[in-house]
Design a protein around this ligand. Sequence first.
Ligand code: TYC
Length: 283
Amino acid sequence: MVVFFWTQGLRTLQNAAHRSSKRVSYCTAVQAGKKSVNGVELCYQQTGTGDHALLLMPGALGSGETDFGPQLKGLDKKRFTVVAFDPRGYGSSRPPNRDFPSDFFHRDAQDGLHLMQVLGFSRFSLLGWSDGGITGLIASALSPANIRKLVVWGSNAYVSQEDIAIYNSVRDVSRWSERMRSPMEVMYGAEYFRNTWSAWVDGISQFTHNPQGSICLELLPQISCPTLVVHGQKDPMVPSFHPQALLQHIPNARLHVMAEGKHNLHLRFAAEFNRLVEDFLLE
Ligand code: TYC
């Protein structure tokens, strides 16, 4: 099934153009679809007609729509074909309900890679935020022939005791701000959200049992594509030793720090982020 929708940002753009009676002469429609991948139905959004295909990978419990509105709207549609997907159990890719077996990041990586294959893209770049960045690191390491470039931000390749303390401090969603909690409750309902978030905290905490708390540390040297690691200097969730470790272990990586950026730097500073990423991808 394929339906068309306007993201909130696009609707705003369209209304603004209408109000000023300017003709919108470029296609900004975002096409939403669903494909059968690895035994589940995965939902995705797609926009643009460019030669360079991108897969956008959302964070924990995130979806293409909630996590990448400004990218679906703002990335250059003539140069890029942008796909954002809802990992299984997240967003509209339900059922199944989400679970967190020890290989959940690998499973998301395989799902993302296969989705792009099903959509007809054999070589593409990956943009991954937070958990989606972890997924992107794994996908790039395991499938180098398919990946042109990789961008990750707010991501970590291992978990430390400091991370575990941070995870546990955000486990109880009733203590989240209304602004953070409410969109998730709208998407999932309060109960699914509360339970799944807590299951995520348990899921990511499993990695402490690995040597060095590794999620994918040992795979980083296998990432051969040019990689841009973006870090928000003011990110309260991801200590700066994480981007440093990525830089150290990925052979062809560079780091860009956004001084005012927090965890959601691509939403808060969307224009700056989009420009940075486009410049890197077009080099
Ligand atoms: N990894 C989470 C995501 O994908 C964000 C997060 C990071 C949450 C650190 C808690 O302590 C945390 N959005």
